[in-house]
Structures are given as C-alpha cells and as structure tokens.
Design a binder for this molecule. Sequence first.
Ligand code: ATP
Ligand code: MG
Length: 420
Amino acid sequence: MKYKSLKGVHDIYPPDIFIWQRIENISRDIFRNYGYREIRLPIIESTEIFTRSIGETTDIVEKEMYTFTDKGGRSVTLRPEGTASFIRSYVEHYLYNEPSPQKFYYMGPMFRYERPQSGRQRQFYQIGAEVIGAESAMMDAEVISMLSLILERIGLDNLSFEITSIGCPDCRPAYTAALKDYIREKIESFCDDCRRRFDINPLRLLDCKVPSCIKEREGSPAVIEHLCGGCGEHLESLKHHLRILGVSFVINPALVRGLDYYTKTAFEVKSMSSSGSQNAVAAGGRYDRMVKEFGGPDLPGIGFAIGMERIIQLARSLNDEFEGPDIFICSLGDDESAKALGLANRLRQKGVWAEVSHDKASLRSQMNRANRIGAKSVIVIGENELKCNTAKLKAMKSGESSDVSLSADDIATALNKLVG
Ligand code: ATP
Ligand code: MG
C-alpha cells in the first residue's frame, strides 16, 4: 500500500527546502532590524476566534474553514490566517503592557478548504507581521516598505504595490448606502451569495469572484470616494511617507480584502510576471478595532502576510544553486575510516560541514558520492597518508590543492583559504 498526501497539501523537501530556508532567513534578518520579535501561535483555535473577526459572511468563514468538533464537543478550526490568532494571544497575555508599539512576526501553515491549483493550496504557509499601538500612517508606510525590502532581498522584481483605504465605521454607513443604491436595481443579476449578502454585508459583493458579478458591479462607487476627513488624511499621509521611503505604489480603488476586520489602509502586492487570480504574493492592512473587539484596550493595528508558495514559485527560477558540504573525507581501510570519522567529528564541532563514508565503499564510489552531493572539497586518507599524517586537500571547483596534516585545525585553516 502506497500512501499519498492529501489533495492540496504538499511536502516541502530538498532542493526546494533551501529556497524556503533562504527566504525565512532573509525575513528574520530584516524583521530584526525593524524591531519585530517572533511569536509562535497554535494552528488550532476555537472556531469563534475566526468567525467573529474575519466575518460570518466572508468566503473564508462560509466556505473555506477546516472546522470540526473535537472529542470534548468543542468546535475548533485549523487557522485560515494568522491575525485573529495573534490578537487572541496578544490580549490573552497582556502584551499591550510592553512599550508601544509592539511588533511581532510569525511563520507557519494556514489551512483553507479551496479548490487546489497552482499557487492555491489547502495547507499553505505565510510569513506574517503585526504591529499594535501605532495610529500614524507613518507606521503603515514603514510596514509596507519593510515588506518591499523583504521581497526585494529575496530577489523578486516586477511587483506592483496596490494601496487603498477602505474607511472606518464613520465613513462606512454613507458609503454602504451609496453602494446599495447602485446595486439595488440590478441585484437580480448577481449570484446567490451576493444576493444573500446584499443586506447583511454589502461590502462583500465587491469581493465576489464570479465573472458575471464582476461585470455587473463595474462602475459602482468606490469607498475611497466616500472617506471621512480622518481616513482621507490618513491615506494622504501614507502616500506622502511611501514617497519619502521610495516605495513605488499605485492606488487601486477597487481593492477589497476578503476579511471583514480591516479599516483604513488595505494593500496587496501583485506579481506582474504571473497572470491569473493567484498573482497576489502578499496582502495586508489596518485593523484598528480588532484588539478592542477581542476584549483588549482600544489599540490600532496593522499587518501583512506573505504567501510563501507564491513567492517560492517566483524565486525558484532565481536560485537553484544550493550548498553542499565543505569537505568530504574519503578513506580506504578500517584504521583510515576511523581516522576520517574522528576528523569529521572535530571539524563539525568547529562549524565545518564534513561528510564521511560509513561503509566500505571503493574510492571511486566515495568520490562519486562527494560529487553528487556537491562537496566543495575532498581529502583521501589511505595507508600512506595515515602513516605520514598528511594528505592532499583538493578544492572541487578550482582543482587547487594543498598539503595538510591530519588535524582538524590544519584542515579548517586550509579549507578557509581554498574554498572560503
Ligand atoms: P486570494 O485572493 O489569492 O485568494 P486572499 O485575499 O484570500 O488571496 P489573504 O488572506 O490576504 O489571501 O492571504 C495573504 C496571502 O496568502 C495571499 O496574498 C496569498 O499570497 C497567500 N494565500 C492565500 N490563500 C492561499 C492559498 N490557498 N494557497 C496559497 N497561498 C495563499
Ligand atoms: Mg482567498
């Protein structure tokens, strides 16, 4: 019996894993420089945490959640996104008592029951960032420019930063009324979901992916034209500070997010090299009411999430080189193998990636293996080498070699010179 992973759920293994690690390391380095600290959250939460914040009438909650009843009769859900879990944790552990603003990041799997296709999985990974306690649009600009730096360091280009404001509870009633007025007459031409959501959550109609609905809603009023004074100023200030930080962006008044909790700033980063509806590589926005709604103090928040699989797809072509061991120690005979094993161990303690052969393979097959795993250098210990306590260390790429004594110190020094 051969088993297979579930539909839409993938293993990540070499050589792809090297690209994943590279992206994670780049992100960690940049997060550090911006003062973000890691937070690790559970992947399973009470269902209510998501339904209340993401919104009962969103696609995520209505159609995409992995929700089940556990053996204790509780309704639990595999997290479809990170922000709701983060806010739950933030409030639960009184993290707001620390100096403001508080900046966190996380990396990990999310789960959505969607139709699997390229760039759309049922288990997918996000790198997310969240900042609580900063109201100024300067923070929005800083968050977006940090995201831009991460994507740039990964080596991605041809990206479009789309920005908008989706207003706040002050501007929303007037906007919602204008939107409903526009759509009311033709509501019969919309899909069942849209018709059902028209009265309870009309903003969701803007996010419907059904082609005929997209066509029908063309020309409908945009939130950005109905912003209150505060939200309008916030957006202007964001634009101003993005320019100061040198982030190119476009305003997209039609941009909406699939989650109800956003206020003011919303943004998406799209790849212009990939087409179709899976071209959003990262997305985020402001959620100024969420901490309070989760029972915490009235603190604003802003964050984003990068879709790992989608950036891997773009980054794969940039980087197929991966690192092999620094040294492969070949040996012939029992005493020589024991020497090799001991040397490898000491080299590893010194931070060198060393490999040895554990079976009595021929020299030819050991060399073959060294080549296949991409060893940067080899050394052969035979009877003679063991007797004289010296051997030739050879760099694979350049072919250069140098005589070294069979001590970990000497080999490490020579390696430094030969392969860096
Ligand atoms: P989309 O419009 O592509 O469905 P979304 O608005 O549902 O995206 P968000 O909730 O904003 O996605 O998540 C942020 C990012 O996570 C997306 O921009 C995307 O890169 C990635 N993402 C979301 N859903 C998936 C998925 N099912 N598979 C892979 N990546 C995903
Ligand atoms: Mg989606």
